[in-house]
Each structure stands twice: as C-alpha cells, then as structure tokens.
Design a protein around this ligand. Structure first.
Ligand code: ADP
Ligand code: MG
Length: 255
C-alpha cells in the first residue's frame, strides 16, 4: 500500500485551475521531488495534502484512508507535517521552544495535571524535550549550541529553515512535506541541507515529498521527480528522465 496517494485531484481559485487531475503516489521511505515553473501549483498541492485547501474533486489517501475534509491539525495528528516556503516560526521564541511547541498537540493532560505538575505530566514534558533535542541534533552544532536558547529573530535565514525542519520532524510525523528547503541558502548550505534530507530518510525513517528549485539538490536526492506545469503533471520519472523530457524542457524554456 502506498503511504500517500492522490487521485484526480482538482483545485480552482475562481477561474484559475491551480491543479488539474493530479495523480501522485508516494511509497514509504521514498524521497520524491516536485518541480515546475513558478505558479505551476506546487505549493497548492502541499496545501491540499495538509488540509489547508479542500480539493474540488479527487481523493487524497494517507495510509489507505481518505484525508479529504480533515482539518490541518487532524492531518498532523495522522502523521503528515510540513515546512512553509515562507517560514512560519514564532520569532520571539527560542529555537528549542519552537520545536517543543510543535509537540503540544500530543500532550495528554488535564488543566489540573499541568497546574499540579503531576509525575505523568512531567514525564511527558521530559520526553518532548528529549525528542526536540534528538531532531535538532540532525542539524549539528549549527543549532545544537548556544543557539538553542536564542530567539529565532536573531538567527540567519538558513538557521531558521533548519529550525522549521526540526519542528516538522518533532510533531511525530512520518511524512514530511518540505517546501523549498534550500530557498535563501548559499551553495555550501544547500549541499549540507541535501545531506541532512537524505539522513532524515535514512536515519530518521521519514518519507519525504519536497518542492525545490535547485536542480543539483533535486538530482542528488530524489528517488523520483514529478513535474508540474500550469497545474498539470507533465512528466514523472528519475531525475535524468524528466530533465531530458522534451515537454519539461519546453515548460521551462517557454517561460
Ligand atoms: P507554485 O508553488 O508552483 O509556484 P502555487 O501553487 O503557489 O504555485 O500557485 C499556483 C497558481 O494558483 C498560481 O497561479 C497562484 O497565483 C494561484 N493561487 C495559489 N493560491 C491561491 C489562492 N489562495 N487564491 C487565488 N489563487 C491562488
Ligand atoms: Mg510555491
């Protein structure tokens, strides 16, 4: 059974068809990249999978169950987390606090157990803390240092991206949707994030769907590449196959 399966997914905004009849399958343990020119519908697809938008028609299944109509927080609870093209961190909170709060939906407690700080409540807090550090450790000393306790607003853009990725991982998700993880990063940082995404799969056990513009990153880590243009899937295959596909070349050159 596929981990994620989209069948004939359509979404229009007014007269604009943002995704047309999109089919997409993602198997456990895969890294799949979605590429395509600006406005192709890549972020819209993420918004459909994460319940921000509801498809006009078609089905989206996660682990065999339709998730159409579920709220974004219910979809996170099932195990799908994401990062945003435009980062969404609490900039006044520290790196660690940002990663900790992404787990709060899992805290099983009553108001009273929190106020009394019962042993059960404190144990959960400890586990959340350990999980946050475990995810942050993927990013090495760039985050696992004095920076843990710095407010996000003092961080570099690359470190904010890393924090957002750690936050998505800490939700307990199995499937991570990364929207342009290397945006705003220099070549050295892009190289490093490429290695980290691979380790997120190999060591963290995550399945990963990403949207990315940097073709060297896409070519290096993708098991499969899906190409969108004007909301339609125009090609799918290995990186080599899709970049040599005349329709893909035309979609990029035609802009
Ligand atoms: P990409 O991420 O591939 O650059 P998007 O998914 O953001 O593309 O956008 C696809 C198309 O849908 C674009 O033409 C965009 O303007 C339009 N679009 C996206 N979100 C909305 C929205 N909330 N309302 C109206 N139009 C939207
Ligand atoms: Mg986008």
């Amino acid at each position: 059974m596929a981990m994620l399966e989209l069948r004939g997914v359509n979404k229009a905004f007014g007269g604009l068809q943002a995704t047309t009849n999109v089919d997409l399958t993602l198997n456990e343990g895969e890294i799949v990249s979605i590429i395509g020119p600006n406005g192709a519908g890549k972020s819209t697809l993420f918004n459909l999978i994460t319940g921000v938008y509801r498809p006009d028609s078609g089905d989206i299944r996660f682990e065999g169950r339709s998730i159409v109509g579920l709220k974004p927080n219910q979809i996170v609870d099932l195990g799908i987390a994401r990062t945003f093209q435009n980062l969404r961190l609490f900039t006044n909170l520290s790196v660690l606090e940002n990663v900790l709060i992404s787990q709060h939906h899992k805290l099983r407690s009553t108001w009273l157990s929190a106020v009394l700080r019962t042993p059960g409540y404190r144990r959960q807090e400890r586990e959340m803390h350990e999980r946050a550090l475990q995810k942050l450790a993927f990013f090495g000393p760039r985050l696992m240092s004095f920076r843990l306790h710095q407010p996000v607003y003092v961080l570099s853009y690359a470190n904010r991206r890393r924090t957002e990725m750690a936050r998505a991982m800490a939700t307990g998700a199995k499937l991570l949707l990364l929207d342009e993880p290397s945006a705003g990063m220099n070549p050295k940082e892009t190289n490093e994030i490429t290695g980290i995404i691979r380790r997120m799969r190999d060591e963290g056990g995550y399945t990963i769907l990403l949207v990315e513009h940097k073709m060297n990153l896409v070519g290096e880590i993708s098991d499969r590449v899906v190409v969108l243009d004007y909301g339609q899937k125009i090609a799918e295959g290995s990186y080599k196959e899709v970049v040599n596909d005349p329709r893909v070349i035309e979609a990029y050159l035609g802009k």
